[in-house]
Write a protein that binds this ligand. Sequence first.
Ligand code: GDP
Length: 360
Amino acid sequence: ALTIGIVGLPNVGKSTLFNALTRAQVLAANYPFATIEPNVGIVPLPDPRLEVLAGIFGSQRILPATVSFVDIAGIVRGASEGEGLGNKFLANIREAEAICQVTRVFADPDVIHVEGKVSPKDDIETINTELILADLQTLEKAIPRLEKEVRGKKAEQGLLDAAIGARTLLEAGTTLFQGAAAAGLDPEQVAALQLMTAKPFIYVFNTDDAGLADAATQADLRAFVAPADAIFLDAKFESELVELEPDEAAEMLSETGIEEAGLDQLARVGFHTLGLQTYLTAGPKETRAWTIHRGWTAPQAAGVIHTDFQRGFIKAEVIGFDDLVETGSIAAARAAGKARVEGKDYVMADGDVVEFRFNV
Ligand code: GDP
């Protein structure tokens, strides 16, 4: 599954953030999810286009796309050596598509910092070091095996080269996400090695009011974690925000001058980091956002609704969201020549409003 693993040192606000995420999931009405797992938070991807479409079509319900976060407890200094939850923790990270690292910026003398002082950069280094050490352990086993396989013509030289290049980077203390492209490593071969630091990273800086107003510190931390995305939020505030009715929450946000709730930012950034986009379907029953990978073709996109749609795909009628809003209805969009008929090679664009034609 396309999940984002939440990691971080103890006492940085992971549970607070995760509780807010799971609360947001529970509050999101009419979700087609049968089971709610205790360590998974499935949150809606905010998309103002859905309300607009639902208005045009008189839809009874709206189903947004979702992003899944999994709470990965137990990273501490020494985790790669089996400290804390050790191996179980590493297995959980391996299963996630992306890693969201929660880092403490807030200063609160009542909340103990495990390393003795609040220092986001040091904390990031501590966690990265554990992940780097775990990857080096993986490579220590993989490289001799690959050498043998290359000699026996059972593995490609390119894969071995990537493994050796990766080891060099990791030994220099650089994660593959930050350094692999610059070092000229083949992205496909690196991906095939299934190393943890090659996954995309997102940083959540858990910040108090003073920190949210401190643009210089934010810019410095953003630069430090680039090319990863960084989000600054106050986990405690977010956990209070999800308890409010939507209109109350909006009022609270505008009072505090925060443009977008932190959880909404996290859902958006997470979705983007996973390489996903949505297309939209709308009718009197429901308006719905469907999740696909960027670059997918129309038949692949149809397959998300039903495998039969992909197998029997004939064509897609596509109207851009803006064109539909401008013309006001599908019929008007057709009359204005804004409805396009696309074939099986069409690459989906974000916000396409689609109706598929297919054989059963
Ligand atoms: P975890 O160990 O990373 O899961 O951290 P928790 O979410 O349990 O938070 C540890 C402590 O820090 C708790 O007492 C929280 O109430 C507090 N805390 C979490 N986020 C914030 C914050 O943004 N500001 C302040 N002042 N305290 C926070």
